[in-house]
Ligand binder design. Structure first.
Ligand code: BG6
Length: 515
């Protein structure tokens, strides 16, 4: 059976980094939402245990208590009865996951949990899904310790008479996946020494967003888009992820050494772009779509570090209201690093479909609106039939907007005759709001993504070559001293630095900045 249709397998989800922010704000609330049925048909496996691992000593009940507060604060909906039912599968184990000495006790705990929740497989223990929700400097030590622990026996599984009766071990790896091409390659190698590629789940919560998933459905379940989805009809594409909040307390431990390029563009936006730009996969499965994405990233026109400032712009937010410090005033920021809180870039693909069509990506903090969208700007008609009609003049062109967040839907801008005497032409919107049309509650993307890992479906996860492909595109920008020297301050609540406007203006284009 195609993994997409399988039920999630019973397993133990082992979360390394149980006391961390991600576990509390996203992972547990997302899983709890699924247990309440918010995900529609996406349901947790009937037999499941969740084991949080961190260094702080704590009992199962103490851990559950802490998580209860997090679920209450962050899940869509909360009630005591469903929480108590869900919390029964949650457990806690104190240990240092980066140290091989901790693993005999962990293995012992896993064996006991397997028995308690009736999770043991006919030949061996329970299926194990490890989740690396820890600081990235712990990834390699944890992967290495897992390798030495004897818990990973994936190779033996494929040699067994009935692999489906033998437990699997999989690992979900959070972003940031490396800090540049070299470190991403090293991390891929460390993972490859312990896990098979198809047991490695490199997560990107953007790929779990409904409207991001819908891009392929829109393109390939309809026949009207594909014939015009190319350089003949499309002028350019914009992908925007704008946020209104600043970096705040994340500056010290993470953001100041990462910046918007690594935090958003390499990790999320290029992946969204790929769904807009790939060729149709031969089948709807993980391998086929990974192949197309890798092919696309490999066709990106190389940017030279020496001229990277012609293809990109970096900015950082200036001081806003009294409680909104400039980025350089945030605690833990070293202004000399010139870290960008805004990045815009232009990418081109040298392939038959897209030659000459620029893709513009931008993301920033403290901008005018919280908004994630893709804008596909079509060309104008080859001839303006109405050019001599009084008052018509130069006409606009069609535009398709894929609203990813906060609204979810599609908007198609079409030109029409304004009712009344004479001929006046104006743009109007055909609007499809997904929640209005299809109903259902919004579900935190992490939940369905974790279920995919439990059913062995990597379609919404990233292949190693895909990650390395996106780093290859971004690497010259990271290496450009000029780009960093020219970093511009931008006003809080604006749409970013002036240079970003100029980047498009040079090509005779402008950003789509919704009012
Ligand atoms: C994370 C970034 O991956 O995505 C954050 O590290 C960013 O800096 C967040 O705020 C945005 O996600 P979303 O789903 O709110 O658009």
């Amino acid at each position: 059976m195609n993994a997409r249709h399988a039920n999630p397998d019973p397993c133990i989800l082992v979360i390394f980094g149980a006391s961390g922010d991600l576990t509390h704000r996203k992972l547990i609330p997302a899983l709890y939402e699924l247990s309440r049925g918010n995900g529609g048909r996406a349901r947790l496996p009937e037999r499941l245990a969740i084991l949080g691992v961190s260094r702080t000593p704590m009992s199962d009940d103490q851990f559950r208590d802490k998580l209860r507060g997090s679920a209450k604060a962050h899940a869509a909906g909360f009630d005591e009865a469903s929480w108590s039912a869900f919390a029964r599968c949650i457990h806690y184990h104190a240990g240092d996951a980066a140290s091989p000495e901790s693993y005999p006790a962990l293995a012992d705990r896993l064996a006991r949990l397997g028995a308690e929740h009736r999770l043991a497989m006919p030949t061996g223990g329970a299926n194990l899904l490890f989740y690396l929700s820890v600081s990235p400097n712990l990834y390699v030590p944890i992967i290495g310790s897992l390798g030495e622990s004897g818990l990973i026996a994936e190779g033996k599984r494929w040699c067994s008479i009935d692999p489906s009766a033998t437990p699997w071990q999989r690992i979900i790896v959070e972003k940031p996946f490396g800090t540049d091409l070299g470190s991403a390659q090293s991390l891929n190698m460390a993972l490859g020494r312990v896990f098979e590629e198809d047991a490695i789940y490199r997560i990107d919560h953007y790929l779990g967003k409904e409207l991001v998933q819908n891009i392929l459905v829109m393109r390939f379940a309809n026949s009207i888009f594909e014939p015009i989805w190319n350089r003949s009809s499309i002028d350019h594409v914009q992908v925007t992820a704008a946020e209104t909040l600043g970096v705040g307390s994340r500056a010290a431990n993470f953001y100041d050494t990462a910046g918007a390029m690594r935090d958003m563009v390499q990790s999320h936006l290029l992946e969204v772009l790929a769904l807009v730009a790939i060729e149709p996969p031969s089948v709807f499965d993980a391998d086929a779509s990974h192949r197309e994405k890798i092919k696309l990233f490999n066709s990106a026109r190389s940017i030279e570090p020496a001229s990277a400032h012609e293809s990109a712009v970096f900015g950082r937010y200036a001081r806003g209201k009294p409680d909104e410090p400039a980025y350089v005033e945030e605690a833990g920021v070293d202004p000399a690093r010139r870290t960008e809180t805004y990045c815009a870039m232009r990418v081109e693909f040298d392939n038959w479909r897209w030659a000459g069509v620029p893709f513009y990506l931008r993301s920033g903090k403290r901008l005018a609106k919280k908004l994630t969208e893709v804008v596909v700007q079509f060309r104008r008609p080859p001839v303006n039939l109405f050019r001599e009609v009084d008052g018509v003049g130069e006409m606009g062109a069609n535009r398709l907007i894929i609203n990813i967040a906060p609204t979810e839907g599609l908007e198609l801008h079409v030109l029409g005759k304004v009712p009344g005497a004479g001929l006046r032409i104006d743009a109007a919107n055909l609007n499809l709001d997904y929640i209005d049309r299809f109903g259902g509650e919004k579900v935190e993307a992490y939940g369905p993504l974790i279920l995919d890992a439990m059913r062995g479906d990597r379609s919404l996860y990233k292949h190693r070559d895909q990650i390395e492909g996106t780093w290859r595109i971004c690497q010259p920008l990271l290496e450009s001293a000029t780009l960093r020297e020219r970093i511009e301050d931008y006003a809080t609540g604006s749409w970013g630095p002036r240079g970003a406007e100029a980047l498009l203006a040079r090509d005779g284009r402008a950003w789509h900045n919704p009012a």
